[in-house]
Design a protein around this ligand. Structure first.
Ligand SMILES: NC(=O)c1ccc[n+]([C@@H]2O[C@H](COP(=O)([O-])OP(=O)(O)OC[C@H]3O[C@@H](n4cnc5c(N)ncnc54)[C@H](O)[C@@H]3O)[C@@H](O)[C@H]2O)c1
Length: 268
């Protein structure tokens, strides 16, 4: 059901790879709510993913950009504002990748060159996105910027490895850049901390199935789905949440507030 919450708004969505991607679901719901979208992903993901299908479905152009490249980000923002004939109202950063996790290196034996790449792709890219938009003055007043994160930034999930530090850094950038963007342009910046969700990046973490079902049992509402995450992103892009900024918002069915759930001990 559409409420036309994003009528007249236009923005950039990073990170739709396939139908399971959180960004894919966000793009579909933004479109259904009347928003206009430019899709982007790393050039390599454009070759292997299915983003073309999504572009056709929601009538969105695709502008490739490696989110670690300032030059490619500049090209993306210039291309998007040119396409829309105006500035940007919302941005979704839905990007994560750990080289050490991919190559199955233990947390106590990390390769630091790979770690730098992980931090650059998963966290520093968020600063680069905001700095590019800032330098080009590409955002409308009251624009809304959201990045997706995970509770491993605050709690220990051993198999999440260096992605925990990436998410802590990502959340810190939301607060720090959020200050500057709020003062200069009334732009708000938040992170949404999502439940485990079955996607390409999610399922790449060792033991994903176990911590998916553990979180589902621990959370009194159960895990939040990808579609529900998309609805929350739409709400954050809409004018109904204009005074929310510099926050890490848990979207996890209550998981983050739980100590123990009796169902974990005695499944009955
Ligand atoms: N799936 C989960 O359980 C879960 C839970 C909480 C948070 N998140 C976060 O949600 C976000 C989206 O992940 P997802 O689960 O939808 O998986 P996904 O694999 O569908 O999305 C990750 C995306 O990052 C893109 N990417 C990687 N390197 C890039 C680069 N250099 N430049 C531009 N894009 C690049 C990939 O191409 C891909 O589209 C990530 O930040 C992830 O950490 C996921």
């Amino acid at each position: 059901m559409s409420h036309n919450l994003l009528a007249g708004k236009q923005g950039i969505i990073f990170g739709a790879l396939d139908e399971k991607s959180l960004a894919w679901k966000v793009a579909e719901q933004v479109h259904a709510e009347g928003g206009k979208v430019v899709l982007t992903n790393a050039p390599v993901a454009l070759r292997f993913g299915e983003i073309d299908k999504l572009g056709e479905k929601i009538n969105a152009p695709i502008i490739p950009a490696d989110a670690t490249s300032e030059e490619e980000l500049e090209n993306l923002f210039n291309g998007a504002t040119e396409h829309f004939g105006g500035k940007i109202d919302f941005v979704l950063h839905s990007i994560g990748m750990s080289v050490n996790v991919r190559k199955k290196r233990d947390y106590t034996n990390l390769n630091y060159e790979w770690m730098k790449k992980t931090l650059d792709v998963s966290a520093i890219s968020f600063h680069k996105v905001m700095q590019t938009a800032w330098k080009l003055d590409a955002l409308n007043d009251w624009a809304s910027i959201v990045a997706l994160t995970y509770i491993a930034a605050q709690r220990v999930f051993p198999d999440y490895s260096e992605m925990a530090e990436s998410k802590a850094l990502l959340e810190s950038f939301a607060r720090s850049f959020g200050y500057h963007l709020a003062k200069a342009k009334k732009v708000r910046v938040n992170t949404i901390s999502q439940s485990p969700t079955v996607t390409t990046a999610g399922s790449g973490v060792k033991g994903f199935g176990d911590f998916f079902s553990y979180a589902d049992t621990m959370s009194p509402l159960g895990n939040a789905t990808g579609d529900q995450c998309a609805s929350f992103c739409v709400a954050m892009f809409s004018d109904l949440t204009k005074m929310v900024t510099m926050q890490n918002l848990f979207h996890d069915g209550g998981f983050s507030s739980m100590g123990i759930n009796p169902e974990i001990i005695d499944p009955g």
